[in-house]
Design a binder for this molecule. Structure first.
Ligand SMILES: [Zn+2]
Length: 404
């Protein structure tokens, strides 16, 4: 099976995860793919392949050379709950002409390079697109297909290599992909998530992230009798928000610019609550943003009775760069392998978090590699076959280079 055949097989499994569920994995249908992957791995000769009680698939390709570092490759099995992942009808475009692609004639669903930058450099390439009614699932079944295609090539070659660890996780899209990952059992010295975007990207920067809950205690009095007594919690909430820098807002930021984002506000005169997320790649600026929240709360508590605002800031995840940059060899390794297979390496600052960031902080350094999949979480999702094939070549080269 080549990487495209593998990919098309996996998208036949509906593995949509469910943020509302409390089970692990969040949707049991993910286990159907997990079991199929274990079968496939065993047939390939990965004898220890298994799925654990949390729905994570693990497997090992034993070393053919001793004294070589153990590398891991990780991809996720679930697809985003933002759009249905059921009855996906992928279509291959053998040579993209660079124009508008009609995904669905009947429903008049099209995509073109004017709307989607990611199509601009794809002229002449082979693409896999949806029929406009579902997502494609290249996020992240392209990653699984690429890792197992690499595994098959390595196992059939006589090229010396160290131990290679493979893992496929459920529930990445609902933020629980790293919750039960057993780093110790996995036993890799370092790993790569293979998940998303241009095949020339090796990404090791993500946001530092925190949440801020603002509880406001007002004082409700009959409005006709309120002079000098009423404290309207809703108005205090608006005042609190007005004390924060106005341009630190997702709608005004890009690249390395951080933001705070008001995700929810509700309340009444007596009591109000505002919820925020705070994001920044830079640790120092991130701390400064948190301090601005504290200063705003202090000001309110001086102006109004003490205890009017209760602010709770919790860190969610951190930028893996702070750890990766202490030893950049796992990035250099990728960049050199890229050049050897004819790719010019790029790195992007991810404006979000990754499972790899969590794993990095838990002790397994884990940057991300691109898959050749684009426009995630919706009907415009597509995969570039040429890039998927390039990714397989790259993964093989990385494995070979580690053993040199
Ligand atoms: Zn993904």
């Amino acid at each position: 099976m080549n990487v495209t055949e593998r990919f098309l097989k996996y998208v036949g499994y509906d593995t949509e995860s469910d943020p509302a569920s409390t089970t692990t994995p969040s949707s049991l249908k993910q286990l159907t793919l997990a079991k199929a992957l274990v079968e496939e791995m065993k047939e390939m000769g990965i004898q220890d392949a298994y799925v654990d009680t949390y729905g994570i698939v693990y497997g090992t390709i034993p070393a053919t050379k001793q004294g070589v570092k153990t590398v891991g490759f990780i991809a996720h099995m679930d697809t985003s709950p933002d759009m249905s992942g059921k009855d996906i009808k992928p279509r291959i475009i053998d040579e993209y002409d660079g124009g508008v692609i009609v995904l669905n004639e009947e429903k008049d669903i099209k995509m073109g390079p004017d709307e989607f930058d990611s199509l601009k450099d794809k002229k002449g390439k082979r693409l896999i697109v949806t029929d406009g009614t579902t997502l494609l699932g290249a996020d992240d079944k392209a990653g699984i297909a690429e890792i197992l295609s690499m595994a098959e090539i390595i196992m059939q070659s006589d090229c010396p290599h160290g131990t290679i660890k493979l893992a496929f996780t459920p529930d990445e899209e609902v933020g629980r992909g790293a919750d039960h990952f057993n780093i110790e059992a996995f036993g890799a010295d370092f790993a790569y998530t293979v998940d998303g975007g241009e095949v020339d990207s090796v990404d090791y920067e993500n946001f530092n992230a925190a949440s801020a809950e603002v509880e406001i205690q007002g004082r409700s009095i009959h409005p006709g009798d309120a002079k000098g007594k009423m404290i309207n919690a809703l108005l205090v909430g608006m005042e609190f928000h007005s004390l924060l820098p106005v341009f630190d807002n997702p709608a005004y930021t890009e690249g390395y610019e951080g933001f705070h984002h008001l995700t929810d506000m509700h309340g009444e005169c007596e009591h109000a609550q505002l919820s925020y997320i705070i994001r920044n790649h830079d640790e120092v600026l991130f701390e400064k943003q948190k301090q601005q929240f504290k200063d705003a709360a202090d000001y309110i508590n001086k102006k109004y009775p003490e205890g009017t605002i209760t602010l709770t800031i919790k860190d969610s995840y951190a930028n893996m760069r702070q750890i990766i940059e202490k030893d950049m060899s796992i990035i250099t390794l990728v960049k050199e392998a890229m050049k050897q297979v004819g790719i010019e390496p790029t790195s992007h600052a991810i404006r979000g978090g990754t499972d790899g960031a969590r794993l990095t902080y838990d002790g397994l350094p884990c940057p991300n590699l691109g898959t050749g999949g684009y426009n995630y979480h919706g009907k415009y999702e597509f995969a570039c076959i040429d890039e998927m094939e390039k990714s397989v070549e790259l993964l093989v080269k990385i494995v070979e280079n580690i053993a040199k």
